[in-house]
Design a protein around this ligand. Structure first.
Ligand code: SAM
Length: 289
């Protein structure tokens, strides 16, 4: 079969299985298999696939038809222009989180501290921590996660992007395993924030494949914001800030969580669709060390 025939057959199969954008998905899988940019498929429509290539593609298309996310099948995702390894131990980085990472590195570049220190709480694939280290070369970055398997992926990604020596990866449940004397200019986090009861209603790609501990934010989705509001202030230097990604429609409730703990909410930033996406807060009278 030729490239064009294979694209057509795979598209038909994925469409029948109810996969969104089936042609695009088929093309991305084939481009990954043939190690070429997707657009190059169009220059190679007549190329014949070997038996080995055909059976490898069939396997990938079957996985996608079973709703496994494309990024887990190809093993890679793009974040802020960085190609990252992903697997089922880590959340697939989302485009909306790029804005949080960008706000983070802009803060580090402009905070007036010679060697600013930042902590990424719940680093997953390492996407935010790595973007901070890449864009602010003088920053010292800490990255924590309760999942050892996720930290393994994050370290691999840091190595690939040449920042492994500038990020300290720590396995930690909450802030527990951090050194007592650590003081930071920035704490940044995209924590789990889906209310537990909504997880069953998520699309199968998320519900059945992404790690539950990366999604579940407790009964109202705010558990991790409570943890951060309760525990982050003593870790911040004077002038330090906290930046978190917000759940859909959860800006007011999240603001209230921080304000009740004495934090001053310095800003709520919207994404390109006008949705409130990032909350920026300073400790105020929340207990600081
Ligand atoms: C929503 S994911 C975010 C991953 C990554 N930062 C991103 O933006 O794609 C949340 C991460 O928090 C981690 N996590 C969950 N509970 C935690 C805890 N108690 N302490 C530390 N990390 C935790 C999960 O393992 C997961 O990797």
């Amino acid at each position: 079969m030729t490239v064009l025939e294979v694209i057509q057959k795979s598209t038909e199969f994925l469409a029948k299985k109810g996969i969104e954008s089936p042609r695009l998905q088929a093309e991305l899988l084939l481009a990954h298999l043939l190690k070429m940019p997707r657009m190059h498929l169009y220059l190679n429509f007549d190329r014949r696939l070997s038996d080995a290539e055909l059976s490898a593609l069939r396997e990938m298309v079957k996985r996608r038809a079973q709703r496994e996310p494309l990024q887990y099948i190809t093993g890679s995702a793009n974040f802020c222009g960085l190609e990252l390894v992903v697997n089922r131990h880590v959340l697939i980085p989302r485009p909306e989180t790029e804005l949080l990472a960008q706000k983070g590195w802009e803060f580090l570049l402009n905070c007036g501290v010679e060697q600013p220190k930042a902590l990424d709480f719940g680093t997953g694939s390492g996407c935010i921590a790595i973007a901070l280290a890449v864009h602010c070369q003088r920053a010292e970055v800490w990255a924590i996660d309760c999942s050892e398997a996720a930290l393994g992926v994050a370290k691999l990604n840091a190595e690939r992007h040449g920042v492994l020596d500038r990020i300290r990866f720590v396995a930690s449940d909450g802030f527990d395993a951090l050194p007592a004397e650590l003081r930071l200019d920035l704490i940044i986090s995209n924590p789990p924030y889906i209310p537990s009861s909504q997880i069953e209603r998520l699309q199968p790609e998320v519900r059945d494949y992404e790690p539950r501990q990366a999604l579940d934010g407790g009964h109202d989705g705010l558990d991790y914001f409570r943890k951060l509001a309760a525990g982050a202030a003593p870790l911040l230097k004077p002038g330090g800030v906290l930046m978190v990604e917000l759940g859909d429609g959860a800006a007011d409730a999240t603001r209230a969580v921080f304000e009740q703990r004495g934090w001053i909410v310095a800003g709520i930033e919207c994404d390109y669709n006008g949705k409130a996406r990032i909350l920026i807060a300073r400790p105020g009278n929340a207990v600081q060390a």
